[in-house]
Design a binder for this molecule. Structure first.
Ligand SMILES: Cc1cc2nc3c(=O)[nH]c(=O)nc-3n(C[C@H](O)[C@H](O)[C@H](O)COP(=O)(O)OP(=O)(O)OC[C@H]3O[C@@H](n4cnc5c(N)ncnc54)[C@H](O)[C@@H]3O)c2cc1C
Length: 457
């Protein structure tokens, strides 16, 4: 290991090899997993990383890529015999092309910087999630992140036009396509999107930008029945004519904790209702969009689909409502806990949740369970307290959550990915043949298993 570190030091200089302070770095979104790597390697561009990977490939040196390390799957867990490859010095916004509506960036730039740069150019980057300030574009692409606007714009995959990747052997695969259409043979970028760093290291990307929407209307509403939520979703989609941009659902169990300390005052709605929905629409008409939104809400109220509602009257009020949705760290008081990220057809959700709660109650009927989700995308997050008997209980809880998914054609991961955390359950959501082909792809791209080895498959 020392030998290869000397060589990397010669390539990248002292700033490129971080030894001091490495172990105090967290490698996941809870800040719980420390980095055990003997060094963190910090290239500044694709060429440098390519040279590093040539060395690692020649010596069989395993590496783990670190973006913002906000993952929820132990995807960046790095052992004592692995080097961490951090993208923290690859943060350049290389260009914004207003005519073609694209942005070309290095993979280590934060999601928030991309969003703000798009905004400065009167454009919009259509990916958003709570960890925006720390998560990197490379990490978002590697996990095919979802987030708050999937219902309108799709997942990270939909926001990527081109990619540059360094392969395990150091070869540079540059597919920096700028067009929406390009059917010249296989579209290789899709292999790397969502592959969680197991097939290659993303170094640059061409991102798709959209026109900025000058009007944005946000409301927090409450409903008293689960079955009203999918009906409300359909109602709002139809009434808003394609302008619905978020439909985030919060169960009472989550809302009552996440809304505590709201904006240093009373939360917009008290916590007496079983379900809350954060609804947002964005459009081009600052005159008519808000009245249209209000009309849609009033109609939902008169149909009994909602029982209470508060409209945000200002930007800060909108942000405060979103802060409740994003306040996942508020669950920290229940640590140790495990956060699930399941997806299933909306029509199956209510019955599934009944089964899930029944199963969990057989383990402990006082277990703390908090639920929230991107219901419009069929994606739910369920946080379950582990308690003292952590190891045995985790297994029982995982089975209570995952096993009923199988008969409903659900998935063990809607958006967070697999990492190490969900690897034992991959077979519940993918067939034998699917997993076999994944393994073949892994062998093709990384024959000696040096990239995030042992993760995902
Ligand atoms: C408060 C909070 C809210 C969140 N909300 C959401 C949400 O709504 N939707 C959602 O999908 N996720 C969410 N997440 C999870 C997380 O933010 C996403 O998975 C995000 O995309 C990870 O980006 P990152 O840069 O932190 O990646 P990391 O955590 O650094 O890495 C994730 C995986 O990708 C690999 N990787 C990282 N960079 C690269 C690269 N350049 N090339 C190849 N592989 C790479 C890593 O090795 C690892 O396997 C949330 C997390 C937190 C803490």
């Amino acid at each position: 290991m020392l030998h290869i570190l000397d060589k990397i030091l010669a390539l990248l200089g002292p700033k490129g090899v971080l030894v001091e302070g490495r172990s105090t770095r967290a490698t996941d979104g809870w800040g719980a997993q420390e980095c055990l790597a003997p060094a963190i390697i910090r290239p500044t561009n694709t060429k440098e990383l390519s040279e590093v990977m040539k060395l690692c490939y020649a010596q069989g040196q395993k590496v783990v890529t670190h973006g913002g390390c906000t993952n929820m799957t132990r995807g960046c867990t790095t052992g004592e015999n692995e080097l961490a490859i951090s993208m923290e010095r690859m943060t350049a916004i290389e260009s914004v092309d207003i005519t073609n509506r694209t942005m070309t960036v290095q993979a280590g730039v934060s999601l928030q910087t991309v969003q703000e740069t798009a905004e400065t150019n009167d454009l919009f980057f259509a990916l958003d999630l709570g960890a925006r300030g720390t998560a990197t574009i490379g990490g978002n692409i590697a996990t095919n992140a979802g987030g708050n606007q999937v219902i309108r714009y799709g997942m990270a995959r939909e926001q990527v036009l081109g990619l540059e990747v360094v392969l395990a052997d150091g070869r540079i695969l540059s597919s920096m396509n700028q067009m929406l259409k390009n059917n010249a043979g296989y579209d290789l970028k899709h292999l790397f999107i969502g592959s969680e760093g197991t097939l290659g290291i993303i170094t640059r990307a061409v991102l798709r930008l959209r026109p900025e929407m000058p009007s944005c209307t946000t409301a927090l509403v409450a409903t008293d029945k689960f079955s009203h939520m999918p009906r409300l979703l359909n109602h709002m989609e139809q009434a808003l004519g394609g302008k619905l941009s978020a439909f985030e659902t919060l169960w009472k169990s989550y809302y009552s904790i996440a809304s505590r300390g709201y904006n240093q005052g009373q939360p917009p709605l008290n916590d007496q209702y079983p379900f809350y929905i954060l609804i947002e629409s964005s459009g081009a008409n600052t005159e008519s969009d808000k009245p249209q939104f209000l009309e849609a809400l009033e109609s939902a109220l008169s149909q009994g689909l909602i029982v209470d509602a508060v409209l945000a009257e200002s930007g800060p009020q909108q942000q405060a409502m979103w802060a409740i949705r994003d306040n996942i760290p508020a669950l920290d008081t229940y640590q140790p806990l495990v956060l699930f990220d399941i997806s299933l057809p909306i029509s199956e959700m209510e019955a599934y949740l009944d089964d899930m709660h029944r199963n969990l109650a057989t383990i402990d009927d006082k277990l703390f369970v908090a639920t929230l989700g991107h219901l419009g995308d069929g994606n739910l997050h369920v946080a379950v307290e582990l308690g003292n008997d952590t190891k045995n209980r985790k297994l029982a809880i995982e089975e209570a959550i995952y096993l009923p998914l199988q008969q409903r054609q659900g998935s063990i991961s809607g958006e967070h990915g697999i990492g190490l955390e969900k690897k034992p359950y991959l077979h519940l959501s993918r067939s034998e043949n699917e997993i076999e082909v994944m393994k073949q792809l892994k062998t093709l791209f990384d024959p000696t298993c040096i990239l995030n080895c042992g993760k995902v498959i």
